[in-house]
Design a protein around this ligand. Sequence first.
Ligand code: FAD
Length: 321
Amino acid sequence: MHLEGYDCLGMSATAYGLACLELEASDSGIRSLVSVQGSLAMFAIHRWGREEQKQQWLPNMAAGEAIGCFGLTEPDHGSDPASMRTRARRDGDDWVLDGRKMWITNGAVADVAVVWAQTDEGIRGFVVPTDTPGFSANTIKHKMSLRASVTSELVLDGVRLPADAVFPEVIGLKGPLSCLNEARYGIVWGAMGAARSSLEAAIDYSKERKPIGGFQLTQAKLADMELEYVKGVLLALHLGRRKDAGTVRPEQISLGKLNNVREAMEICRTARTILGANGISLEYPVIRHANNLESVLTYEGTVEMHTLVVGQALTGLPAFR
Ligand SMILES: Cc1cc2nc3c(=O)[nH]c(=O)nc-3n(C[C@H](O)[C@H](O)[C@H](O)COP(=O)(O)OP(=O)(O)OC[C@H]3O[C@@H](n4cnc5c(N)ncnc54)[C@H](O)[C@@H]3O)c2cc1C
């Protein structure tokens, strides 16, 4: 909804953020599907793709008729994507891709995968229709978090692509990081949706089950949850307005993701205590949101990586190694 042209709605970053909040108030898995579709797969094609790639995929993806995924993480390389082992080599005019991607949202239901791979020139992005021979996706089972979202392993076994499957201009981590920045922005808002849903459940419960809401300690918990929720939404709104003005910086989005996911988790955990034993039941949304946020804390950059981004912005010293 925030992209321009190709049947996309061209709405503001702030409006998109609010939609992420409402979707995640339902379930982080639903917001994840939307983030990967719009902010990772579609954004990558929109920002870095050839005109023909945009025409081929974006209108269908905007209509939800084609689903996209974004393959960056590998079994042995997550926070350090520069070390990825998936390789794309030239064979005549064609490209041939070999490797594996892990933890890929929408992977097994995707029609198109944006895959990042090492080449002789550096990391490059490829648009891979998922019916290309040699491409397969295996659903990752037994997740205790983000269960409403499909997460997959992608296997690339001699996937042969035409010369124009590659993004023409971007080489290096700038390509994938530009997309992650978009998705992280949606998370700044989205996490507050999970927090709001849990806070509302705790307020309702404490009023219904008398006298829990009348205890001072319960009210102190609710007041603290409300404070962090309101601060998180205001931070998201501020970043959204900066994004709409074209002035937001990546480290500011890191700061927002770090704070809002951490505080959303704390709100969910506190809500869980107010619900007592019912707090662990799926009859209430709280434990589901809390479990979902464990994934949100890790994907799109872990707490530690965003801490280091903020630390570098403050000191000028990179401490990633
Ligand atoms: C449900 C789900 C969906 C996902 N969807 C996608 C997707 O669609 N596409 C995609 O490409 N990926 C996806 N991911 C993967 C996600 O982005 C990675 O899991 C994440 O980047 C962390 O990588 P890792 O799991 O390999 O952990 P690692 O990088 O191995 O990190 C493990 C721990 O070490 C810490 N650490 C690592 N390096 C440093 C350092 N230099 N200094 C200090 N601490 C460090 C980390 O912060 C973390 O605490 C998804 C993950 C999940 C759980």
